[in-house]
Design a protein around this ligand. Sequence first.
Ligand SMILES: *Cc1c(COP(=O)(O)O)cnc(C)c1O
Length: 365
Amino acid sequence: MKISFASFKPMHDEIEYEIKFKFEEIYKRNWFILGDEDKKFEQEFADYCNVNYCIGCGNGLDALHLILKGYDIGFGDEVIVPSNTFIATALAVSYTGAKPIFVEPDIRTYNIDPSLIESAITEKTKAIIAVHLYGQPADMDEIKRIAKKYNLKLIEDAAQAHGSLYKGMKVGSLGDAAGFSFYPAKNLGSLGDGGAVVTNDKDLAEKIKALSNYGSEKKYHHIYKGFNSRLDELQAGFLRVKLKYLDKWNEERRKIAQKYIAGINNPNVIIPVEADYAKHVWYTFVIRSEKRDELQKYLNNNGIGTLIHYPIPIHLQQAYKDLGFKTGNFPIAEKIANEILSIPIWYGMKNEEIEYVIDKINAWK
Ligand SMILES: *Cc1c(COP(=O)(O)O)cnc(C)c1O
């Protein structure tokens, strides 16, 4: 059997007609930037996230960057980010001129460990970015309490967690503002790049709308030295089609995850946990083993596609060598990077494929 790490085919086959219809509609309308589709998607996605405002933008990295700029975070400031995340979380901070301050994750959930945040706060700290990594929300109540105590902005990086819940509440509604990515592989993905900011903060929403469109609220009147980062009409239209299916697709991911959790029993493999406060949406299903490289080779030899999210922690990336970190500085993030392996989890995976993955993992010695 051959099982690719990911496949969009079953998902896209199901909505092919609707997507093509939407394309025709927009093609004939001949309006491609900042139009009806974008406006409608923003309203629908804000409703979906249970917030008042949504601003479409170019991608998830821009969404985070726009939030930080919207809050005037820049040179001389510090922003707390998890040591275990995709590099975009830190890059958004670096783009503003502020400094990312890494805080280690909880090894059980892979998300930022709230008990380690306070010791990282200085008089320069302006914000905390909580990442809902792999589709599971961070422990937001505790993080919120700390943000409040030190008067810090609490920003969600929800790029991997569309539709996931924390104590019954949608991610995107848990902090001051949240950034989403619609990169095609994300739980809600466009057919290209896309992103969005969601927030209940009216002033921030208005400022970000302007910042993302050359800093203008009115054509050719520029209040800020803004950016060009907009969600184009085609992507907004495609996302409107896909948003209607998101809950169904997430449920399917949850079913696959439950089968994996019930079925994988190899003592040399650690399986992920769903925290009791969480409704996980399984952007990735991440297992762990001290002999990860051998496991990956074994699975690949058996036709099972795998990936590592992510093999090098940010503090050891060449791009961040200016921060002066070395191996050993963030041992939990390093241990995770050395041991994790993401296995296939996608809408349309067949039962026999799921069982084949389970059987192969269990047969590994
Ligand atoms: C994908 C991702 C981003 C960036 O989104 P892009 O649309 O690729 O710019 C940011 N943070 C996390 C955690 C991500 O997974």
